[in-house]
Design a binder for this molecule. Sequence first.
Ligand SMILES: Cc1cc2nc3c(=O)[nH]c(=O)nc-3n(C[C@H](O)[C@H](O)[C@H](O)COP(=O)(O)O)c2cc1C
Length: 274
Amino acid sequence: MLKLLAAGEFRELFAIRRCALAVCSILLSAFIGEVSKLAAQETGPSGRLIALPAPRQDGATSLERTLTERRSVRHFKDASLSLPEISQLLWAAQGVTERIEDAPSVWRGSEWKWMGGLRTAPSAGALYPLELYLVAGAVDELEPGVYRYVPLEHALEHVGDGDRRQTLADAALMQSSIVDAPAVFVITAVYERTAVKYGERAERYVHIEVGAAGENIWLQAEALELGSVFIGAFRDRDVQDVLGLPEDHQPLGIMPVGRKSEDWRERLWFRGGA
Ligand SMILES: Cc1cc2nc3c(=O)[nH]c(=O)nc-3n(C[C@H](O)[C@H](O)[C@H](O)COP(=O)(O)O)c2cc1C
């Protein structure tokens, strides 16, 4: 049959094939682009996203005042936090401050992730290894439970039911500030995301990033007239179990946040009250 085709017909056939391949590859890349953007929403097991109020990008307290006032606060009033306050704290830690529509997508083991934005905290190679969790105990408009922050959507994904503060405190050597606070932030990291590019250096980079994100939460809390403390003493495996974290989400810091108790200063650890 092929033998019967003239040279001109062959050229025509190849031209049609090339054209079909080009159309297919355009359609495929458009499809991958859409899939990547969907993956960027990062919906996990529950797939339920809770929209957060837009964060403020300005405030009345100066950075200098915030730096002067920041202290480790471990005692809180028995009062809830509002959803705008939670939104502001999450944004301070990992919020997207610059969207980049033509940013590349990277393969993250099980999904394509669109690297669509730069954030409040710096990240080595803009690889963003941190995953931020909220353990809500007393937050207005939010059921007690465990939530994961989705930066590109500025939303929360509900990943676990019930008030986990007591069991989280047990995993953190019974530190009462975790039970006392209406909300607790848990900073975790997926080392592999940074190791893909930086190898052994990744561990150092990830730890630097946790410090930056943690300080952002701390300063934002102070600017909102709230208090916080960075907790590094906990059993990693127990924290993962209590929160039901994926195996590769390594907990690196716990930050209770709440309204400072009247006597929080008198109860600072070096005054014998921690
Ligand atoms: C890496 C790190 C780990 C910490 N771990 C804990 C902790 O487990 N429990 C706690 O109550 N405070 C913890 N802190 C808070 C320190 O005790 C506190 O920063 C220090 O006493 C200085 O006080 P200041 O934060 O008020 O300036 C930690 C701080 C850092 C930076």
